[in-house]
Write a protein that binds this ligand. Structure first.
Ligand SMILES: Cc1cc2nc3c(=O)[nH]c(=O)nc-3n(C[C@H](O)[C@H](O)[C@H](O)COP(=O)(O)O)c2cc1C
Length: 380
């Protein structure tokens, strides 16, 4: 079983991650991990924090001479901003008054987190519920991406909507999606991309925030990852769990999930064909690569909806949790729109699930063992 654990507060000394169950003898390129971390940090609409941080990982264990050992991989991502927060965030002796927050932001974990864990200071909640934590998930996902590269699995992600500005929903190739990497909003269409940036500017000017939709594409998958035999082994269910666990993700759709619901079955299901040279094949992929909770050999296509960022420069109404009086919600330094960043987190979270299923199907001790069993795998 591949397991990822994350730790760390947004303004604490460091974030930390542990990856358990990663096979041995996988070559790790640390520059590629740094590239994925940078992809998460970039994107039009992000706030000032990302100008301070330049995320780098320090590997503490589980890797030797550039290759994994099969033992737990532990790593750190230091928070550069800690320099400015040390006196407020020191684990043993901190000033807990100056940065105290008692006016929870609607839409954030603030209010319920404080009630649940018995805090008078919402900072104790927001430091951990912050999406700063997703840097660790991206780094962990980047390790898994490097494992999956050995099996010709490729992924790409693009933003299909920011607020009301959206590209046409249609099947796209890996290459077309990959080109969106150069767009500041990760949009395949430069004209729509420009309009997305303008709508972010307008929201920022109004002190408001925006959400949107991104689409993850994964190709090169063998058939039969996941299973239909038990509810908690279905691949679409596992992917949805991982994606819904990302801060602010409120909807997950496979293929044309919601559109398919409005059409008759004759227009939805991907018909099956066979030719001697080609083997079994399909000409459509409305299902998004998963049938019966298993990969069907087609690319996986998943769309995720992100709600608008809860921290608004023009704050919403809330209450002071100490006095009950009506006040404005707190304003932390914040993004206006983080959909391009969240898309990278989504891509890495999805790859982590694919990696877990790969290890389950092909064995998880060493890369060589996986490779042998993968070669023997009956493909269509
Ligand atoms: C990459 C990324 C960046 C985010 N940046 C911010 C931010 O700057 N300010 C903010 O209030 N929320 C931000 N969020 C969203 C909050 O973390 C999220 O809404 C909050 O943790 C509450 O969780 P929930 O929306 O899942 O209920 C971000 C989310 C992601 C995925």
């Amino acid at each position: 079983m591949l397991r990822i654990l994350t730790a760390g507060e947004s303004h604490g000394k460091s974030l930390a991650g542990i990856i358990e169950g990663f096979p041995s003898n996988v070559a790790i390129n640390i520059d590629e991990i740094h590239q994925d971390l940078a992809r998460r940090q970039q994107g039009y609409g992000r706030g000032g924090r990302m100008k301070i941080e330049q995320d780098r990982i320090e590997i503490l264990s589980g890797v030797r001479d550039g290759k994994t050992l099969g033992s737990p991989i532990a790593f750190l991502i230091r928070n550069k901003d800690y320099e400015n927060w040390e006196s407020y965030m020191d684990p043993m002796e901190a000033d807990t008054e100056t940065k105290k927050v008692t006016n929870p932001r609607p839409g954030h974990a603030d209010l319920i987190g404080a009630l649940k864990y018995g805090f008078e200071d919402v900072r104790n909640v927001l430091e951990r519920s912050s999406a700063r934590e997703t840097a660790v998930r991206v780094a962990a996902g980047s390790f898994v991406k490097q494992l999956l590269k050995n099996f010709q699995i490729q992924s790409a992600v693009h933003v299909t909507a920011i607020g009301e500005i959206a590209v046409n929903e249609k099947p796209r190739s890996f290459e077309e999606i990959w080109e969106a990497e150069d767009s500041p909003v990760r949009c395949v269409d430069p004209v729509i991309g420009q309009r997305m940036m303008e709508t972010i500017d307008a929201a920022k000017k109004e002190g408001d925030s925006l959400g949107g939709i991104f689409e993850i594409y994964i190709q090169g998958l063998p058939v039969g990852l996941g299973s239909y035999v038990q509810w908690d082994r279905k691949l679409d269910a596992k992917l949805a769990y991982a994606l819904m666990s990302i801060q602010a993700i409120k909807g997950v759709e496979f293929g044309y999930g919601f559109k398919n619901a409005q059409k008759p079955g004759s227009q939805v299901h991907d018909e099956i064909f066979y030719e001697k040279e080609k083997g079994i094949y399909r000409v459509t992929n409305h299902a998004g690569g998963i049938e019966g909770g298993m990969t069907n050999g087609q690319p996986i296509v998943i769309r995720c909806a992100m709600k608008p960022i809860p921290t608004l420069c023009k704050p919403l109404r809330t209450i002071d949790i100490q006095t009950g009086e009506a006040v404005e919600a707190s304003v932390e330094r914040s993004d206006t729109c983080a959909v391009p960043a969240a898309s990278v987190v989504g891509e890495m979270a999805a790859l982590t699930v694919i990696g877990e299923e790969f290890i389950r199907k092909f064995g998880g001790d060493s890369l060589e063992e996986m490779r042998q069993r993968w070669k023997d795998c009956k493909s269509i």
